[in-house]
Ligand binder design. Structure first.
Ligand SMILES: *Cc1c(COP(=O)(O)O)cnc(C)c1O
Length: 418
C-alpha cells in the first residue's frame, strides 16, 4: 500500500500533484511519501508487538538522512554495512544501541568506529573477522558484542544476484561449522557473544524459506545453549519482497504470524532488518520524455533518467511500472524506455506496452524507493538527481540536485602534468 494515487487523471504524491514537484525541482527527481514510510514501519512494529523486538532499517535500500530520521522518530534501529552507513545512522538520530553491523569486509577503521560508537552488535561473517574485532577491541580495552551470521543453506527462491543464504555465497558462516565458530568466539577475551544472525536474500515472495531458515537457526540455538552459549538477540534479517508487477509478497503480519509461534517460550529479542519492504513502494522516480524515436525494429522512448539514476533494470533486469503523470485516453505502443547513457544496457523498461507518450511529458517510474537513489552514480558525468519528501500537503527537498561543480569535488590536477 502506498500514497501515490491518481485524482482526476493526475498522479499525486499524497496531497501534492507530482507535476508540481517535477516543475519546481526539475527532473529526474525521486519523490518519497512520508505517510507510506511510516505506515510500512508501523506494519512491522505492530506485527511483532508482544515480543521484544527491534526493527533495524537496512540503510542500503535508501540512505537519505530524512528517510532515516523519519524511521528513527518512530523507534527504528539500523542495519548498516559500512562505516559510512553507521555515520549516517548516528547523524540521523538512530540510537547506537539499536544498530547492527553486517558485511563480509569490515575494515579496521570501520570496526574501531563501531566500537567507539557502542553499537548493539557486529554481525560477524568469518573467523578471521572475529579475530580482527577481538584484536581491535583488546587494543581499545573494550568488549565487542557480536552475533555470528549463519548461512543456513536455504534457497530463498529469488534473483541470484540478491540471494545470499546458500553454501556457494560469500556471506556468513556455514551452519554446519557454526557451533565450532561460536565456541571459538566465546574463547576470545574481548568478544561478548550476544546474538545470532541470518539474512538469506532479498525480494522474497514466499514465507517458507524464511521459516525453514529460522527452524534451522532455532535448532542451533538449542545446541549452543547446551554448550553454555546464550543467545539474547535473534536477528532474522530482512528480505521481504514488494509488488513491482504482480507479486503477492507476504505482509509483515503474515511473517510474524509464522515466526512468533516458533519463538514461544524463548527469551530473545527479535531483530529484523527490512530494507526494500519499508521504502520500495514509498518512492517514485519522475522523469521527462526527451525524444521519441521510431527504430526499424523498435520504438524508443528516450527519457532524462538513466541507469546511473536507477540501476535495477540494467543490473537485475528488474521490472518497474512506468506511467504518465497525467493520464489521458490514448493508444498504447510497445517501446523500450531508455536513458541518455552511452550503454545499450541503459534502459528502464524493455518491450513494454505503454500509453503513447508525448515529448516533454512526465513519466513516473513506480516502486523506486528502494535501491534507487542509493545505488545511483554519476556515470557519464551526470550529477545525481534531487530527492523530495512529501507529507500530506507539505513537501520539501531532502537532497538537492548535484551541480557540475559537485562532479569535480575532490579532484586535482598534479604538478607533473600541468
Ligand atoms: C540488504 C540487507 C538487508 C535488507 O534486505 P531487503 O531485501 O532490502 O529487506 C538486511 N540485512 C542484510 C544483512 C542485508 O545485507
Amino acid at each position: 500500500m502506498h500514497f501515490f494515487k491518481y485524482k482526476k487523471g493526475e498522479l499525486y504524491a499524497e496531497e501534492v500533484p507530482v507535476r508540481e514537484i517535477a516543475a519546481k525541482y526539475g527532473t529526474p527527481v525521486y519523490i518519497y511519501s512520508a505517510s507510506t514510510l511510516v505506515r510500512h514501519f508501523k506494519a512491522y512494529d505492530e506485527a511483532f508487538d508482544g515480543k521484544h523486538h527491534i526493527i533495524c532499517f537496512a540503510l542500503k535500500a535508501n540512505s537519505n538522512s530524512a528517510v532515516i530520521r523519519l524511521f528513527a522518530k518512530h523507534g527504528a534501529g539500523a542495519d548498516v554495512v559500512s562505516g559510512g552507513e553507521l555515520f549516517r545512522a548516528l547523524k540521523a538520530g538512530i540510537p547506537a544501541k539499536k544498530i547492527v553491523y553486517a558485511g563480509v569486509g569490515k575494515t579496521a577503521d570501520e570496526i574501531r568506529f563501531a566500537l567507539k560508537s557502542k553499537i548493539l552488535m557486529f554481525n560477524v561473517e568469518s573467523e578471521n573477522e572475529l579475530r580482527e574485532i577481538d584484536r581491535i577491541a583488546a587494543d581499545m580495552k573494550v568488549k565487542a558484542s557480536i552475533a555470528l551470521r549463519i548461512n543456513p543453506d536455504i534457497d530463498p527462491q529469488t534473483h541470484p544476484y540478491i540471494s545470499t543464504g546458500l553454501k556457494k555465497h560469500k556471506f556468513g558462516i556455514p551452519i554446519d561449522d557454526a557451533l565450532e565458530h561460536y565456541k571459538f568466539a566465546k574463547s576470545l577475551k574481548n568478544i561478548a557473544v550476544v546474538g545470532i544472525h541470518k539474512h538469506i536474500g532479498s525480494q522474497l515472495t514466499k514465507i517458507s524459506p524464511f521459516v525453514d531458515a529460522l527452524k534451522r537457526i532455532l535448532i542451533l540455538i538449542d545446541e549452543l545453549a547446551k554448550s553454555g552459549i546464550r543467545i539474547d538477540f535473534l536477528d532474522i534479517g530482512g528480505g521481504l519482497g514488494i509488488t513491482y508487477l504482480d507479486e503477492h509478497p507476504p505482509q509483515p503480519r503474515d511473517l510474524a504470524g509464522h515466526i512468533l509461534p516458533l519463538l514461544e517460550g524463548r527469551d530473545v529479542t527479535v531483530v529484523m532488518e527490512p530494507g526494500r519492504s519499508l521504502v520500495g513502494n514509498a518512492g517514485i522516480l519522475v522523469t521527462k520524455t526527451l525524444y521519441l524515436k521510431e527504430g526499424e525494429e523498435k520504438n524508443f522512448v528516450i527519457v532524462d533518467a538513466g541507469m546511473n539514476d536507477l540501476m535495477r533494470p540494467s543490473l537485475y533486469n528488474a521490472y518497474h511500472h512506468i506511467q504518465p503523470v497525467v493520464k489521458t485516453r490514448r493508444d498504447t505502443i510497445i517501446a523500450d524506455v531508455v536513458g541518455p547513457i552511452c550503454e545499450s544496457g541503459d534502459f528502464l523498461a524493455k518491450d513494454r506496452e505503454i500509453p503513447k507518450v508525448n515529448q516533454g511529458e512526465y513519466l513516473a517510474v513506480m516502486s523506486a524507493g528502494a535501491y534507487g537513489f542509493s545505488m545511483s552514480s554519476t556515470y557519464n558525468s551526470r550529477p545525481r538527481v534531487a530527492e523530495v519528501m512529501v507529507n500530506g500537503t507539505k513537501f520539501a527537498l531532502v537532497r538537492k540536485r548535484e551541480t557540475y561543480a559537485d562532479l569535480l569535488r575532490g579532484e586535482s590536477i598534479p604538478e607533473f602534468i600541468r
